[in-house]
Design a protein around this ligand. Structure first.
Ligand code: ZN
Length: 146
């Protein structure tokens, strides 16, 4: 199996069997909705942060396979990380899909599968939509705590 086939498999597996899908709608969670009109992607995310740690991430939405699978990978990658680590991974992911060398390939985990997106600029927004939503959620939680 070549690397591209492996990456495609990661994306299709997460599209067909998404992890952490479905919202909790609990007041402990912080909710953000974002959409990507150019593709029709629509994404809701929830984050539960406790003591500077990402305790849980949930997502729900609809859109293309890149967008929906990326939400699953994002939730799985960031769950259990400290907020600071999570932010680093998010920025690393933005770089990755733009064609930059990742700072910490190991921390990105399955998210590395989206490196091929750099060759399809129209899909970058699809890949990053759920990541942008969770970044916004983290920022809003941090503001609330100040
Ligand atoms: Zn899309």
């Amino acid at each position: 199996m070549d690397l591209n086939t492996l990456y495609r498999t990661v994306i299709m597996d997460n599209y067909k069997n998404p992890k952490n899908k479905g919202l909790k709608k609990s007041s402990d969670y912080h909710f953000v909705h974002l959409n990507n009109p150019s593709c029709g992607d629509d994404m809701n995310v929830e984050i539960l942060i406790k003591n500077g740690k990402v305790e849980d991430i949930r997502h729900d939405g609809h859109g293309c396979s890149i967008c929906c699978s990326s939400a699953s990978v994002m939730s799985d990658t960031l769950k259990g990380k400290s907020v600071e680590e999570a932010k680093k991974i998010i920025y690393d992911f933005y770089g990755l899909v733009m064609g930059k060398e990742p700072q910490d390939e190991e921390a990105l985990g399955e998210a590395i599968a989206y490196m091929g997106v750099k060759d399809f600029p129209a899909r970058i927004k699809c890949a990053t939509l759920s990541w942008k939503a969770i970044e916004q959620a983290i920022t809003e939680v941090e503001h609330e705590q100040k």
